[in-house]
Design a protein around this ligand. Structure first.
Ligand code: HEC
Ligand code: HEC
Length: 159
């Protein structure tokens, strides 16, 4: 896992800094091509399938990317109003945590055309891919999965 991340950051370094979704796609494409010479581009259809695929967790719950980011990734999430899994914001609801367990009151839309801050910060993007992929797939997402995912999100336009 560390090595994979290191590799990814090395590729980022080679294009200076990734500050737009297209930069991330360029980096993932380069790595994907290295591991599979037959790689012929990302697919929005595959990305959509990946987004809605659900995984069974140890606690019996079933989650997909859509569970927290909504079936419509243009949607905004407000704590305790929108129905998303508690764990999206609460690392723990244990009393000992004294109410300090939640990270955010809002989760902004994931679709970059609605929320231009998405896919503009390497650290943030890799941290959350890391976190969410480990939670659902119990492994890192591959550069192909990440590229397909962003490619699909970029087809989603504002209303
Ligand atoms: C349990 C809830 C949850 C699930 C399930 C989930 N996410 Fe997230 N995701 C979050 C939270 C919380 C953040 C950070 C808050 C924010 O960015 O608004 C986040 C942020 C992200 C980001 C950061 C994007 C950016 O540029 O800011 C990416 C990428 C991401 N998620 C990908 C995924 C993928 C891929 C899946 C499915 C495999 C997934 N997420 C499933 C909760 C979730
Ligand atoms: C979008 C983010 C988000 C989601 C989703 C969310 N919460 Fe919260 N929750 C918060 C925030 C932020 C606070 C305030 C925490 C603080 O003051 O540090 C909070 C506070 C709370 C508190 C009181 C303080 C505590 O932590 O004991 C409870 C109880 C709570 N949430 C329960 C839930 C439950 C149950 C769910 C799922 C049904 C849920 N929350 C989903 C963000 C969220």
């Amino acid at each position: 896992m560390q090595i994979a991340l290191l590799l990814i950051f090395t590729f980022f370094a080679s294009i200076c800094a990734a500050t737009e979704p297209e930069d991330f796609l360029a980096v993932y494409a380069r790595i994907a091509k290295q591991s599979d010479p037959n790689f012929d581009g990302f697919s929005a259809a595959r990305g959509k399938g990946f987004y809605f695929r659900s995984y069974k967790l140890d606690d019996g719950s079933e989650l997909s990317c859509a569970s927290c980011h909504h079936a419509d990734p243009r949607k905004f999430t407000v704590a305790h109003i929108d129905q998303v899994p508690c764990r999206a914001c609460h690392v723990t609801l244990h009393k000992g945590a004294r109410g300090r367990s939640a990270i955010k009151r809002e989760i902004k839309p994931l679709a970059p055309l609605v929320n231009p801050d998405r896919f503009t910060n390497e650290w943030q993007v890799e941290f959350w891919f890391d976190w969410n992929c480990e939670l659902l797939l119990r492994r890192q997402c591959t550069p192909l999965e990440k590229g397909d995912f962003i490619t699909w999100l970029m087809t989603i336009e504002a209303d």
